[in-house]
Design a protein around this ligand. Structure first.
Ligand code: ACK
Length: 302
């Protein structure tokens, strides 16, 4: 099943295996809030180990059966995803005797998008900071590729690879984060469909996803990864400013229009982005090839 898709069943047995008793959680500060849900930092007590800091995601309206179903479905997908250092871990879920709560690994440094915004502000004061931090971002992009390779081996498609969904843990490790609620917190990157709750990340979507057929494969994640590279080189700016609507973006892409080359990257890095944005998905590299190309050009940013 495609991650984040509305298909796929809810496996209650699987959920029960990972149930966390809500009395083990002690809420802390609010990290973010939106119309559909909120994210808080919390402490999880562990029977025979030291307590850990975790992140808890809750729905704003737990009585909304559709939202609950969607979150449970996403949880099952995350549980099927297995463990990988570059995919944010789901520690468990509270679903009995109260609101649905997802217990996730805590990412000390927040999202990559946030980090890019901070870097943009810092670099206005002192441009040398960019060159100093270059290797950190190179490394993060390689790590995201490793996460994508893992998802591909698990036959999972993320469908929402973007800087807002990459979280940065201690020591600067980049992790592909869960999906769903970020959509709500960073509404600016999304487009609301006419009906329903669905918010679509149009500007990160490959043409086959934008078209009516709405097809998503590993190669559509590679397209989004190309947009992520562009976000890094643009220090977190939003792609295609002023261009709105699936039809308009699709037509532009079909007419060979692509995001322009950012000033803060090498020609080689831009060529890599263009490879990710091949109209025909069969011509796009897979995540393994992208990772090798990144490593071959270790000073591609800034
Ligand atoms: O962009 P941020 O710094 O990273 O601010 C948002 C906010 O909460 C609302 O989504 C941050 N966030 C989301 N998931 C986690 C997590 N697992 N650990 C730490 N911060 C998180 C996100």
């Amino acid at each position: 099943p495609a991650a984040g898709s509305s298909s796929g069943s809810i496996d209650m047995e699987l959920l029960k295996e990972r149930e966390i008793d809500r009395s083990r959680l002690q809420g802390g500060k609010l990290l973010g809030e939106g119309a559909f849900g909120h994210v808080v930092e919390a402490t999880l007590t562990q029977p025979e180990e030291v307590d850990v800091v975790v992140t808890v995601k809750k729905l704003q309206d737990d009585d909304d059966p559709q939202a609950r179903q969607a979150l449970l479905r996403e949880t099952c997908i995350m549980l099927l995803c297995g463990n990988h250092d570059n995919v944010l871990r789901l520690k468990g879920i509270c679903f009995r005797d109260g609101p649905l709560q997802l217990v996730l690994e805590y990412a000390e440094h927040g999202s990559l998008l946030h980090l890019l915004w901070t870097l943009r502000a810092e670099s206005k004061l002192n441009r040398t900071v960019l060159v100093k931090k270059r290797h950190i971002f190179e490394n993060m992009m390689v790590e995201v590729c490793c996460g994508l390779e893992h998802l591909a081996t698990m036959r999972l498609v993320h469908r929402d690879i973007a800087a807002r969904n990459i979280l940065i843990c201690g020591k600067g490790t980049a992790k592909i984060a869960d999906f769903g609620l970020a959509r709500d917190m960073y509404a600016v990157g999304y487009h609301r469909q006419h009906r329903g709750h669905d918010l679509l990340p149009l500007k990160w979507m490959a043409p086959e996803g934008l078209k009516n057929e709405a097809r998503f494969t590993h190669k559509s994640d590679v397209w989004s990864f190309g947009v992520l590279l562009w976000e890094v080189a643009q220090l977190g700016r939003t792609p295609y400013p002023g261009m709105e609507g699936a039809g308009r973006i699709y037509d532009a892409l079909q007419n060979h229009f692509r995001l322009p080359r950012p000033q803060l990257c090498t020609e080689e890095r831009y060529q890599l982005m263009l490879k990710c944005w091949k109209f025909n998905e069969k011509s796009r590299p897979d995540a393994t090839t992208v990772r090798k190309l990144l490593k071959a050009d270790p000073n591609g940013f800034f």
